[in-house]
Write a protein that binds this ligand. Structure first.
Ligand SMILES: Cc1ncc(COP(=O)(O)O)c(C=O)c1O
Length: 400
């Protein structure tokens, strides 16, 4: 017997990407996947990454196995960057992973191995891959609506925290929530931290878009405030977006524990899981990021490049909102200005997203998400016209 239960279903992203590749129309816009593109539609290597890669070519680091926890210099530099203060760093244990996805899976496995009956609360709409990753680690997933009227539903998040049991997890995106584009306000991080600390509920934080919302420090601030209050937390960090290292599969898993013994135990479990899966993470991306973060001038250059990407996204978003608001029915889209990061979430259902694709060659995903980072500025007016025509009777404030 071979391949007898073909019941698996891939998320819609990949089917749409295949449809896009097969679509012969010339003026199409591929806004399916969250990748930062320039005005020509290319996804260029960041200049700071090129400098680091040049140095690595010169130095020709050994290709020897790097160990189950990966590159220790990278782990240390990333932990300091993400946590930002020595007290938090002293409570952290970090393992290099196969990008953000690998970090999510490794941490989910850690949680499953150390608490088989845990529930993970997941706000919907969720990042398409979150449910699959959590379920693959055999965790019990409970979904709840996380946004209402185009904003984060704070009451819903707090209600979930109050109803969760000790040892349960709440999955929170650090900033620029995929797909809603919403970032949690500081006061909500604080209130949530108090409830979770009191109840022993563990934050499972996904940091994929730091630096692309309100600024690097600003995007990490809410999470850092929470971590100063809760005794334990797990954080999945992706280097894919902030360094443009999508294909290098670079990231890390950070575990915040009460004491060093718990940290050592967490590392042991993660190394055990990694050993039976991919054994050791790939070396190149972590070498690049460590080279950048550990060199003052190169780090400053990278920060400036990240800031440039962020301000271009803000500019594109505001341009689009301006164009839409000037069109008949455009007021319905005023809420787009409040969104942050790489994505744009339209108040569209899947039929309207089909219409956007079929009538205007604009490819997004059925939840209403478009990758703003893939729109050339010169095509904003055309995109606005397409959105306004498809959404002729949509009210942003009440539809989602
Ligand atoms: C919210 C979120 N988390 C994690 C990831 C995983 O990123 P990667 O595995 O490419 O680092 C993504 C990618 O789109 C994402 O949107």
């Amino acid at each position: 017997m071979f391949l007898t239960t073909p019941s698996l279903q891939l998320d819609p992203l990949w089917q749409l990407s295949a449809d896009y590749a097969a679509d012969p129309r010339s003026a199409r816009l591929n806004l399916i996947i969250g990748v930062y593109r320039d005005e020509n539609g290319d996804c260029p290597t960041m200049p700071s990454v090129r400098v680091a890669e040049g140095r690595l070519v010169e130095r020709a680091p050994s290709k020897e196995y790097i160990g189950l926890s990966g590159n220790l210099e990278f782990n240390s530099a990333m932990t300091q960057l993400i946590l930002g203060d020595e007290e938090l760093v002293s409570r952290a244990t970090t393992v290099q992973t196969v990008a953000g996805t690998g970090a999510l899976r490794l941490l989910a496995e850690l949680m499953s191995a150390t608490g088989p009956h845990r529930t993970v609360y997941l706000g919907t709409p969720a990042y398409v891959n979150h449910p699959a990753i959590l379920r693959a680690a055999r965790l019990n997933v409970v979904e709840y609506p996380v946004s209402r009227n185009g904003t984060i539903d704070a009451e819903a998040v707090l209600r979930v925290a109050n109803s969760a049991r000790a040892g349960d997890l709440i999955l929170l995106q650090g900033c620029c929530h995929n797909p809603t584009g919403l970032s949690m306000p500081g006061w909500l991080w604080d209130e949530l931290a108090d409830v979770m600390a009191r109840k022993g509920v563990i934050p499972f934080i996904d940091q994929a878009y730091f630096g692309l919302g309100d600024g690097l420090e600003e995007d990490l601030e809410g999470m850092r405030r929470m971590l100063r209050v809760v005794p334990e937390a797990i954080i999945a960090v992706s280097a894919s977006k902030a360094w443009g290292l999508y294909s290098e599969r670079t990231g890390c898993a950070i575990v915040i524990t009460r004491d060093g013994a718990q940290g050592d135990y967490a590392r042991g479990v993660m190394e055990f899981v990694a050993r039976a899966d991919y054994s050791q993470p790939p070396a190149h991306g972590a070498l690049v990021v460590a080279e950048i973060l550990n060199d003052r001038a190169l780090r400053a250059q990278w920060r400036a490049e990240l800031e440039q990407m962020r301000s271009r996204l803000t500019h594109l978003r505001n341009e689009l909102a301006d164009e839409l608001i000037a069109l008949p029915n455009g007021d319905a889209f005023a809420g787009l200005r409040e969104q942050r990061g790489m994505f744009l979430r339209l108040p569209f259902d899947s039929a309207q997203m089909d219409a956007l694709r079929e009538q205007y060659g604009t490819y997004g995903i059925p939840s209403g998400r478009l990758s703003l980072a893939g729109v050339p500025a010169s095509r904003i007016p055309e995109l606005a016209t397409a959105i306004a025509s498809v959404g002729a009777r949509v009210d942003m404030a009440t539809s989602r």
